[in-house]
Design a protein around this ligand. Structure first.
Ligand code: EPU
Length: 337
């Protein structure tokens, strides 16, 4: 384990922007992780965990210790006739983990195929797509407290999951690092989630798909809309879809009756991609920072953009959407300011 100084993080963020960490270390065992946490305490440094680097934007250099975790392994920890509990270490690549579950015919995660990032970061923002969220399958999250190095197990309830939120982004922000996650999956009695419009359309005449076929359909849909970070820097949806109360919604809807939205009881989720497209930002480019031309919720780095340029673009979009629709959209991506 070597602690390096003034280390480039360009290859560790899917936006591909340049940023330097004062200190950088890679750890592959719990012992190394505890040593790195001790170094951080001794030097009183801010800490940043680098997982898949798929949900962060470096607006500035990081004045602290950037820690890259390499904890791998997947194991079945419990089994009944109908279910299996699978524990995956935090640094397992999310999509490869799903492919492993599908190779065993374990169901539950297929709709979340191809989401960038690692297993350990999935609970933080409760990743979701095509009608399901990580919280629907997570039974336990294993974490280490940054201050003491002590282990803590969080039940699903203790994670306080909601739309793109968890306790790890809120009350316990910066307090824990997630080292492993356990998922409860189905063995035969798979529950298929086909209702998200594009999925049925993609499956066409196949109304009784296998979980593997659902995964393939999701992959095709994502590939048609979302840019591949290996080719064009991005972090998936940059903004969250805003959730407003019915009264506020009705006011906006009266003026914009074609607005894409999803009722949620006494609230309504508005499609931020629709708002951004209607405001004229889709496909726009400012130097190398831009808005993706197939999905306006995604900001992209066409090559040489700085984190600051992408951040400034996001500020301009937020202000413009507020001016045009009276809705304040929020970022989903974690800003390193
Ligand atoms: N829309 C537009 N213009 C756009 C983009 C979207 O009008 O440029 C409209 C669409 O026509 C549709 C609605 O907005 O009526 C929703 O679009 P879409 O199905 O593409 O989903 P989304 O709400 O924009 C969310 C997630 C995605 C996830 C998809 C599918 C958030 C912040 N994003 O996007 O997640 O893949 O649903 O479930 O909730 C991610 O978080 O990184 C991500 C890609």
């Amino acid at each position: 384990m070597t602690i390096q100084e003034h280390y480039s993080l360009k290859k560790y963020n899917t936006f591909g922007v340049e940023a330097f960490a004062d200190y950088f270390v890679e750890v592959s065992t719990f012992t190394e992780l505890k040593k790195a946490l001790l170094f951080r305490r001794q030097h009183d440094l801010p800490i940043l965990f680098i997982g898949g680097g798929s949900n962060m934007l470096f607006v500035n250099d990081f004045k602290g210790l950037a820690l890259k975790l390499n904890l791998s392994g997947i194991e079945i920890v419990q089994e009944t006739d109908e279910h299996v509990w699978v524990k995956a270490q935090g640094s397992e690549n999310w999509h490869e983990f799903i492919q492993w579950t599908l190779s065993k015919d374990f169901g539950g995660l297929e709709n979340l195929s191809l989401i960038p990032g690692n297993v350990g970061t999935a609970p933080i923002q409760n990743i979701g797509a095509y009608g399901i969220e990580a919280k629907d399958s997570i039974t336990e999250v294993q974490a280490l407290a940054l201050d003491t190095g002590d282990e803590r197990l969080f039940s699903n309830e203790e994670c306080e999951f909601s739309y793109r939120e968890s306790v790890f982004k809120n009350n316990y922000k910066g307090d824990y690092v997630i080292v492993a996650v356990t998922f409860k999956l189905t063995k035969h009695t798979h529950v298929l989630h086909l209702d998200y419009g594009a999925i049925r359309q993609e499956l066409g005449a196949n109304t009784t798909p296998t979980i593997q076929q659902i995964s393939e359909a999701v992959i095709r849909i994502r590939q048609s809309k979302l840019p591949d970070p290996a080719k064009i820097g991005n972090s998936g949806s940059f903004f969250k879809n805003p959730i407003v109360d019915v009264k506020a919604f009705e006011k906006i809807y009266a003026l914009h009756p074609t607005m894409a939205h999803y009722p949620m009881g006494d609230h309504v989720k508005i499609a931020a991609g629709w708002l951004i497209e209607q405001a004229g930002w889709k496909g726009k480019r400012f130097g190398d920072a831009g808005v993706h031309d197939k999905q306006a919720l995604v900001l992209v780095n066409h090559g040489g953009a700085t984190g600051r340029e992408i951040y400034d673009l996001s500020e301009n979009i937020i202000a413009d959407i507020y001016a045009k629709f009276g809705v304040r959209i929020e970022r989903e991506v974690n800003m390193i300011l």
